[in-house]
Design a protein around this ligand. Structure first.
Ligand code: ADP
Length: 497
């Protein structure tokens, strides 16, 4: 590396005077009902609570539909349905369970555009992400776990597997269909039955998935969907008929659930928050690293538990890197999530936008330096400009707290040891990124970073075959891969010892 990497200095961008024309995805493929009931025992039923809530399009603030809010009675009915279906479903051969899961995967592929448009309307993420990431990965999870359903003896050699029983699965709003698939596919492959609680701001794709499950031949009661907010989730956690809770969401609620379950014979996995470091060494391929950092924090508006929300850049290249990063930010297209050119869509809810705005204001007040491209934001809807903070101290709130928005905090480092100390200086431990051309350094960093996933020269790569999960306050338990089967099986020895 020369002392003065002037050959890497950014050249001015050519200007052709061309603007992107609007390229909106048609919504004709989606039909949204006025009201959605609860899906219990294979039937659509009125909520006994007699309560409903509204789900809203965050890009327009327009109400989309009324959705049933399950009360404790409704949750009880769903758990009873799941319990009732358990004996039949768990007695099915692995091959027959696999057939249903394969069908689900194929229907998701066939109806991919419909799911993608619905996901984008209900949640605000750019259509190119729901189309190219969320929906294909959801299908891939069903394909992958369909493959395991008749091979559990190979996943756990020498052991016989039994399902754990009735699983309560509570999912967040950042990847609604994908999180439903992460939870459902391994649970069903191993013969469990499920009560699924989608997040209150994004229930629509989980409800459409319920239709698909039925169409694919899943017996009644094997999957039940109870919509509602925190109270509904809490009723599910409190229900004595649940054998396992799988939760993805905030660390605060995760801690609460863990306290609730203490002393009960209910298994638990938690996938919680993060404050990941994306670490760029001076020998990294700088342009690729800029793309990786942008993808790491602005993908899905930063509503990603494993988002690379702290950039750690090695001092000799810090100035150059930040120049390039800011120029790249200027080219991000923020706006209508249904536009195929959009890079950064809508913030999922007014409450989340308020939280991001509050933390950004704290960053400015604590003395960090803020950079935002001056792009125009739509007049309606909840949007936030991609934001970079420099001159950040480890003590700043923006360096410590999970923002869950398109906000990057930049710190610098001199040595690999210092990078590790700074990266690990967080209560979280979900993911990290390392950018360097030195293989030995990648391995050394991966050994020393306290993070469930370490990406090297890439970021936010997901694959159903690869386990995902955290350390410390990011939770415990793994989803994906063979490891993702473990939370859903009881293991018996085949040979008496
Ligand atoms: P976020 O802060 O990102 O919205 P939450 O942890 O609040 O994340 O939400 C994740 C999921 O947990 C949602 O489905 C939400 O309704 C549910 N939830 C919220 N509070 C509770 C609770 N006390 N018990 C169980 N589930 C809850």
């Amino acid at each position: 590396m020369p002392d003065d990497p002037s050959y890497l200095q950014p050249a001015p961008l050519p200007s052709f005077g061309l603007e992107y024309a609007a390229a909106p995805e048609s919504t004709a493929i989606v039909s949204i009902a006025e009201r959605y009931q609860l899906f219990i025992g294979g039937q659509w039923v009125e909520p006994r609570s007699e309560r409903w809530f509204t789900t809203t399009n965050p890009a327009t603030e327009e109400p989309l539909a009324e959705v049933a809010e399950a009360g404790a009675d409704d949750v009880d009915r769903a758990v009873t349905a799941a319990r009732g279906a358990l004996a039949q479903w768990s007695a099915w051969s692995g091959r027959d369970r696999a057939k249903v899961l394969y069908r689900v995967a194929r229907v998701l592929q066939e109806r991919a555009r419909e799911f993608a448009v619905l996901e984008t309307i209900d949640g605000g993420k750019p259509i190119k992400e729901s189309r190219d990431v969320d929906i294909p990965l959801a299908a891939a999870h069903f394909f992958y776990y369909a493959g395991w359903a008749d091979k559990l003896g190979y996943a756990f050699p020498g052991r016989r597997t039994r399902p754990v029983g009735v699983a309560g699965q509570i999912i967040p709003w950042n990847f609604p269909l994908l999180m439903a698939s992460w939870k459902l596919a391994p649970a069903l492959a191993t013969g469990n039955t499920v009560v699924l609680k989608p997040a209150e701001t994004t229930p629509l794709t989980a409800l459409l998935l319920a239709e698909v499950l039925q169409e694919a031949g899943l017996p009644d009661g094997v999957v039940n969907v109870v919509t509602g907010a925190g109270e509904t989730g809490a009723a599910l956690v409190a229900h004595p008929g649940i054998d396992k809770i799988a939760f993805t969401g905030s660390t605060e609620v995760g801690k609460h659930i863990q306290r609730e379950l203490a002393g009960r014979d209910t298994r638990l996995t938690l996938e919680l928050g993060g404050k990941a470091a994306n670490i760029v060494f001076e020998d990294a391929a700088i342009d690729q690293a800029v793309e990786g950092v942008v993808n790491g924090i602005y993908f899905n508006q930063g509503h990603v538990c494993c988002a690379g929300s702290r950039l750690l850049v090695q001092e000799p290249v810090a100035e150059l890197f930040l120049d390039k990063l800011k120029r790249r930010l200027d080219t991000l297209r923020v706006g209508d999530p249904l536009d195929k050119n959009t890079d950064v869509g809508a913030i999922n809810s007014r409450a989340q936008l308020d939280k991001i705005t509050e933390l950004v204001a704290a960053g400015v007040a604590e003395g960090a330096e803020m950079y935002q491209p001056q792009c125009a934001l739509p007049e309606k809807g909840w949007f936030h400009r991609p934001t970079v903070f420099t001159n950040v101290a480890l003590s700043h709130r923006i360096a410590r707290e999970e923002i869950f928005g398109p906000v990057l905090s930049v710190l610098t480092f001199r040595t690999a040891e210092e990078a590790v100390t700074k990266a690990n200086n967080t209560p979280y431990g979900l993911s990290a990124g390392v950018w360097t051309e030195k293989g030995s350094r990648i391995l050394w960093m991966a050994d020393h970073l306290k993070a469930g996933v370490v990406w090297a020269n890439t970021f936010n790569q997901f694959d159903p075959t690869s386990p995902f999960g955290g350390y410390k306050e990011s939770g415990f338990g793994r989803e994906g891969g063979r490891h993702g089967l473990e939370p859903y099986v009881e293991l018996d020895d085949l040979v008496a010892t």
